[in-house]
Ligand binder design. Structure first.
Ligand SMILES: Nc1ncnc2c1ncn2[C@@H]1O[C@H](COP(=O)(O)OP(=O)(O)OP(=O)(O)O)[C@@H](O)[C@H]1O
Length: 352
């Protein structure tokens, strides 16, 4: 299969909220990935060529998806799902075995990819013995910025990261969250249209994480298309427009959170009502006729129900429980979550 990303594949390094529906629907995808495959030799050394096909580990096993222009897309999967491999393929750091990648509707070459893409790797890639400002100048030059434009972008980055008062301090003295913010700034100094983020909030506290997403909101507002890998379900659910769920090198589902719910477990709430006594074997007609799907098992002290419209269904359920002669001790309402979707799709927990 032809591979259309013309960026380096010889092992060398190249360098929201809700949007903008009109922009998304009328423009080509910022990134279009089709049937991407990448395998690695399994541990244990070099294999004979006739055996390689069967003895290789598929890090990417025919992955297809698109990042639409202006959207923030979560590439969600557990450890080892192939997230970093995907980022490395997109940024030209790893050569895929087969498949195609397009950037802004075009097969890209090295220079257009360098101008259009911003990459923020998972590891902090900063010079600890330089100050914040010196780091930003170094990375800005690396991205081809010079003179007053470079100086302007560095000042912008200091404001954007909230570190204007720490511009002349050595980066080695900073907290993990502060380093992550500078790491992020270094990847966007050249104002890329497409930003690739590999686990942008890994290892940071919740407050720093929120700060990072506030920074990303500002990029989204100016139309930057953002692909971020994550294994945080809540991050994908609440901070991204759409989600690509990957597992063992394959895409298992794609969509908005709402679409994923509809494709899998549905949007009903799971309600458990704890009773003041065990369920009798008879006299439960009000429960049977209340119009909800219930699990009523004589001998147990609780009733489980699937409730589509909670404001209507919950009072109806409570009334039916009372009419059947039971008292309510407690009510537990569970909304369907991405955790449940992932479990439904893969049969295992995200953190397995
Ligand atoms: N250079 C390599 N050589 C051999 N195997 C590799 C290499 N890079 C990745 N792999 C394997 O490919 C699979 C996918 O790895 P990858 O780092 O892309 O996953 P990931 O989803 O980013 O995981 P994590 O969340 O832990 O970072 C893993 O099984 C990994 O061991």
């Amino acid at each position: 299969m032809k591979f259309t990303l013309g960026v380096p594949f010889s092992g060398d390094v190249l360098p929201h909220q809700h949007l903008r529906t009109a922009l998304i629907s009328t423009t080509p995808p910022a990134v279009l990935v089709k049937e991407l495959r990448k395998s690695y030799a399994r541990e244990g050394g070099v294999l004979p060529f006739w055996n390689r096909g069967s003895q290789r580990h598929m890090a990417l096993d025919g992955v297809s998806f698109e990042l639409r222009q202006g959207e923030r897309l979560a590439y969600l999967g557990p450890n080892g799902a192939g997230k970093t491999t995907m980022i490395r393929c997109l940024s030209g750091r790893t050569r895929p075995d087969s498949g195609t990648i397009e950037l802004m509707g075009q097969p890209v070459d090295r220079s257009s990819a360098r101008d259009t893409l911003g990459l923020v790797p998972q590891e902090i890639a900063l010079y600890g013995d330089l100050t914040t400002r010196e780091n930003l100048f170094a990375f800005g030059r690396f991205h081809g910025l010079r003179g007053s434009n470079l100086a302007k972008r560095v000042e912008w980055a200091l404001q954007w990261t909230g570190l204007a008062d720490r511009g002349d301090d050595l980066v080695s003295t900073f907290s993990g969250g502060m380093k992550r913010r500078i790491n992020l700034a270094c990847g966007v100094l050249h104002q890329p249209e497409v930003l690739l983020l590999d686990e942008p909030s890994v290892g940071v506290d919740p407050q720093s994480r929120q700060r990072i997403f506030t920074m990303l909101d500002q990029l989204s507002e100016r139309g930057t298309s953002i692909l971020l890998t994550t294994h945080h379900l809540d991050e994908a659910e609440t901070q991204c427009d759409r989600i690509v769920i990957v597992d063992r090198g394959r895409v298992v589902a794609t969509g908005t959170f709402d679409e994923l719910l509809r494709q899998t477990i549905g949007r009903d709430r799971s309600v458990t009502v704890r009773l003041d006594r065990v369920l009798r074997g008879e006299g439960n007609e009000p429960l049977a006729t209340c119009g909800l799907t219930l699990a009523v098992k004589p001998g147990e002290r609780s009733i489980s129900a699937k409730v589509p419209e909670i404001a209507v269904g919950l009072p109806r359920l409570i009334d039916a429980v009372g009419a059947a002669g039971y008292g309510v001790v407690d009510v537990d309402v569970q909304s369907p979550s991405l955790h449940h979707v992932f479990l439904h799709l893969t049969g295992h927990e995200l953190r397995d």
